[in-house]
Design a binder for this molecule. Structure first.
Ligand SMILES: Cc1ncc(COP(=O)(O)O)c(C=O)c1O
Length: 452
């Protein structure tokens, strides 16, 4: 009974895969926040180096992974894929469950897959400092790690609720040499405005992004880095799916079902896009399921519309599933899933019917994560618990239907910095937020009008 499916370093992908090449129609245009007309590459230059802007816009199917990036990836990649024999047994399911484990990276999640190339391209372009936001702390940690390797200063705005919940994430960022600030902060005009209105504001990813962008646009040597959502971030994450395809072949099977959790969409896309592209080019088709929290139900209850990526409305407008850029999700424990929007490429794939989306409350996700930990040994990040829950439900469906389907899910990170959340769960202190229609309508009423 083989448990681990391991690739040799020589089998690590040399190219990232771009789903844009296989979309039947191009993605809807990205719009300038002021003119609301399509942006040109130069509009994005205050924020990103030219090489990343090119990756944002390219429709080439394969983008070469630079050797210095591959060299860092080799610290933990190829990442292992496991067969969850003990979880299958605990569930009594005939399904075969596999998981790709991204928690083996130095930061503990999939996030360095994009942090490393973003730091590399910025370094090449002469950038001295990067600013960014972080929710759970996983992305901030990853960019801090990447900054330390490529000699860049990093300033991280961490959503205040996570900053307070997870002091050790901040300590790790500082160990890598970064400066971690609770957002909203006094460092930016936007942060000061939010605090003036509500000194106890718990923050949101949308606010943290506005603060990071504000600092970047003020200084030509400072650029901004985003941990999810953008096309180039999703592109970098496809190493996950490309490796998994080889590992499924090693296991002599192909996934009937693929499951990933979605915050901004990057780990889900990383696993699923190479399989979606394979099917779009006439290969085997897998059923793909995105899992999101009921308290921030972007894909299942949001609207597919043009919206801002941040709360201060400084970012370009993209067409995506959104709950409205003013939406502040409740302070539940999967901080990395508390974003009002969804990656435009993931949103577009949803509109094309390339995958299904479901939502779960946090308590049922923790319950799934605890069962996983007790059978497989790894304590998942609260975000990843959503994928675990999705995979378990698929396996239970297989049990009911008597089917031995192959299920592959992305275990996007470990939860070693999230133990306070587990402690609250065991103490019965977690509540499930109900998100009512009125709240949803309110949040969506502020969407910008766009005449495209
Ligand atoms: C472990 C983990 N999984 C998932 C996510 C969600 O982000 P994304 O949808 O971009 O993968 C995060 C975000 O912080 C995370 O830390």
């Amino acid at each position: 009974m083989q448990t681990k499916f391991l690739l040799d370093e020589s089998q690590m992908p040399k190219y990232w895969y771009n789903l844009q090449a296989d979309f039947p129609e191009p993605l809807p245009a990205v719009l300038h926040p002021g003119t609301r007309q399509p942006v040109s590459p130069s509009d994005l230059e205050p924020l990103f180096p030219v090489s990343l802007i090119e990756q944002e816009m390219t429709t080439e199917r394969e983008v070469e992974i630079p050797e210095p990036v591959q060299d860092v990836y080799r610290l933990w990649r190829p990442a292992p894929m496991f067969r969850a024999h003990r979880l299958e047994k605990a569930l009594g399911t005939p399904a075969r469950i596999f998981y790709k484990y991204e928690g083996v990276s130095p930061a503990g999640s999939h996030k360095p897959n994009s942090a490393i190339p973003q730091a590399f391209y910025n370094r090449e372009a002469g950038t001295r400092r990067l600013t960014t936001e972080t929710g759970a702390g996983q992305w901030g940690t990853s960019l801090s790690f990447a900054g330390s390797l490529f000699d860049l200063d990093v300033t991280v705005f961490q959503v205040r609720v996570s900053y307070n919940q997870k002091p050790y994430r901040r300590a790790v960022m500082e160990t890598y040499g970064a400066n971690c600030v609770a957002s909203p902060s006094e460092l930016t005009a936007f942060g000061r405005k939010v605090l003036a209105e509500d000194p106890n504001h718990t923050g949101s990813l949308g606010i943290a992004i506005s603060e990071a962008v504000e600092l970047a646009v003020q200084d030509p040597n400072t650029k901004y880095a985003l941990g999810s959502v953008l096309n180039h971030v999703l592109l970098h994450q496809t190493v996950i799916g490309l490796e998994s395809m080889q590992q499924m072949e090693m296991a002599d099977c192909w996934p009937d079902v693929i499951v990933g959790c979605t915050g901004g969409g990057s780990n889900f896309a990383g696993l699923a896009f190479p399989f979606m592209g394979h099917a779009l080019r006439g290969g085997e088709k897998s059923r793909i399921v995105a899992v999101e929290p009921s308290a921030c139900p972007t894909l299942t209850r949001g609207k597919y519309a043009y919206d801002y990526g941040d709360t201060a409305h400084m970012t370009p407008l993209t067409k995506m599933h959104t709950l409205g850029s003013d939406f502040t999700p409740p302070g539940f424990h999967a901080g990395g899933l508390r974003y009002h929007g969804m990656a435009p490429m993931v949103s577009y794939a949803k509109e094309l019917g390339l995958f299904d989306a479901v939502s779960y409350t946090q308590r049922e996700c923790f319950e799934a994560g605890v069962l996983f930990a007790r059978s497989e040994g790894i304590v998942p990040a609260p975000e990843a618990n959503h994928a675990v829950k999705g995979a378990i439900d698929e396996a239970l469906r297989c049990k009911l239907e008597g089917k031995d389907e192959v299920i592959l899910f992305n275990l996007s990170g470990h939860g070693h910095f999230d133990m306070a959340a587990y402690t609250s769960y065991f103490a019965g202190e977690l509540s499930d937020h109900e998100y009512d229609e009125q709240e949803l309508a309110m949040a969506l009423s502020g969407l910008p009008s766009v005449s495209l």
